[in-house]
Ligand binder design. Structure first.
Ligand code: NI
Length: 403
């Protein structure tokens, strides 16, 4: 009988997973501790202390207090090589948690409802693993713990504070736990992954008066109603139908009584798009429409317009690297969701403008365990199995890039 030699399982591959699986109970423990103490943007003091204590304990060089509450950890391999950045956001949301779990938020009205507690945990797990496996990678890994992703934005001030310098970061990766995808899938694409986020506040200044004597007034509600409708023509008639964009008026306030014509009307909204070619375009069209409609009615207006975050654009080479790693972690190309995109925004975009990189979605929903509520919902929670998968994604990306 001829014995057929088995293809040896690559030693490296099994070791990474075994070592990370050994970390899983710690990952769950850290995540639950963080979940109980959620903090809003730029107030992540307890979170930062927690992170710094762990890094200290593991002998990892780090700097605290960057852009108020941010932290950068630097872990060097055992030989020279490239510098890879790993980014994790730290902040929570002003939401009252409605989950009935032993580790529910102890901070009234504040909740980790987007999974950033998981992001901090995954980055810590990666730091822990790397500190124990320095011979396995070359160069340097910089782990960036970033405050205030949910607003007003911590990425930009961290970059301005020099976190991508000295040593200079060559490329960056990051992930978002994603309940729009089931556990066991990873969403990724090269190019635009998430949208630019812009917002506006507009006040229409008409002339109030008696609801039965409109000829003496300038009805701000009539003006506002026409503006809301006209704004929809920007996407419908000014944007290439093959491109994607959204103009949403989310707030409209005017008037006090059924028989009073409102002197002023206030509206607020948001604009989203993927293509950087639209930078400045929506602001211009919005103002043209508002000023045109107001002029035709003899009304005045004031407009505030803010570009918050640019679109999240992944570098093709880095996206390919992350995709090939995802196929190993998920153990099947079928679990890698191609062309995954959302009109949600993220200030990871500022890091990706500064250096090539890739941001991706780690599927974390598990409907069987009732862990499938959407992000920013008071009952948002995710399957903690994803924590180990996130660490494995980062570790394998590091070992692939840093050599
Ligand atoms: Ni988020």
């Amino acid at each position: 009988m001829v014995s057929i030699p088995l293809t040896p399982h690559p030693v490296d591959t099994s070791r990474i997973r075994v070592d990370i699986q050994a970390l899983q109970p710690d990952l769950v423990e850290w995540r639950r501790q963080l979940h109980q103490r959620p903090e809003l943007g730029f107030r992540e003091q307890i979170t930062a202390t927690f992170i710094a204590q762990k890094l200290q304990e593991w002998g990892i060089e780090h700097q605290t207090g960057i852009a108020q509450t941010g932290i950068v950890a630097v872990i060097k391999g055992n030989r020279p090589g490239p510098v890879l950045g790993i980014r994790a956001d730290m902040d929570a949301l002003p939401i009252q948690e409605e989950n009935d779990v032993p580790y529910r938020s102890q901070h009234d009205g504040v909740m980790h409802a987007c999974g950033h507690d998981g992001h901090v945990t995954i980055a810590l797990g990666t730091a822990r693993y790397l500190s124990q496996h320095r011979p396995d990678f070359a160069g340097t890994v910089k782990i960036i713990f970033q405050p205030a992703e949910e607003g007003p934005g911590g990425a930009k001030p961290m970059i301005e504070a020099g976190v991508l310098k000295n040593p200079d970061v060559d490329a960056i990766i990051g992930l978002h736990l994603w309940n729009n995808l089931p556990l066991g899938t990873i969403g990724i694409r090269s190019g635009a992954l998430m949208a630019a986020v812009e917002l506006f506040n507009c006040t229409i200044l008409g002339k109030g008066g008696h609801g039965a004597i409109p000829q003496q007034t300038i009805d701000s509600i009539v003006v506002a109603a026409q503006i809301v409708t006209m704004l929809q023509t920007i996407v419908a008639r000014n944007v290439d139908p093959l491109e994607s964009a959204v103009v949403t008026v989310g707030k409209l306030n005017a008037g006090t009584a059924h028989n009073v014509i409102a002197a002023t009307a206030q509206m607020s909204g948001t604009v989203r798009y993927f293509s950087p070619q639209f930078d400045g375009f929506f602001k211009q069209r919005l103002e043209q429409i508002i000023s045109g409609v107001c002029q035709s009615h003899g009304a005045a207006y004031s407009l505030e317009y803010y570009s918050l975050y640019p679109p999240v654009i992944n570098d093709e080479r880095m996206a390919n690297l992350v995709r090939s790693v995802a196929e190993t972690v998920i153990e099947s190309p079928l679990g890698v969701v191609p062309e995954c995109q959302t009109m949600g925004g993220e200030d990871m975009s500022f890091f990706l403008q500064a250096v090539p990189g890739c941001y991706f979605f780690l599927g974390s929903a598990n409907a069987d365990k009732d862990l499938a509520y959407p992000h920013h919902h008071p009952r948002f929670n995710f399957d903690e199995t994803a924590l180990g998968m996130g660490v494995e994604m980062f570790v394998r990306c590091i070992e692939k890039y840093c050599r």
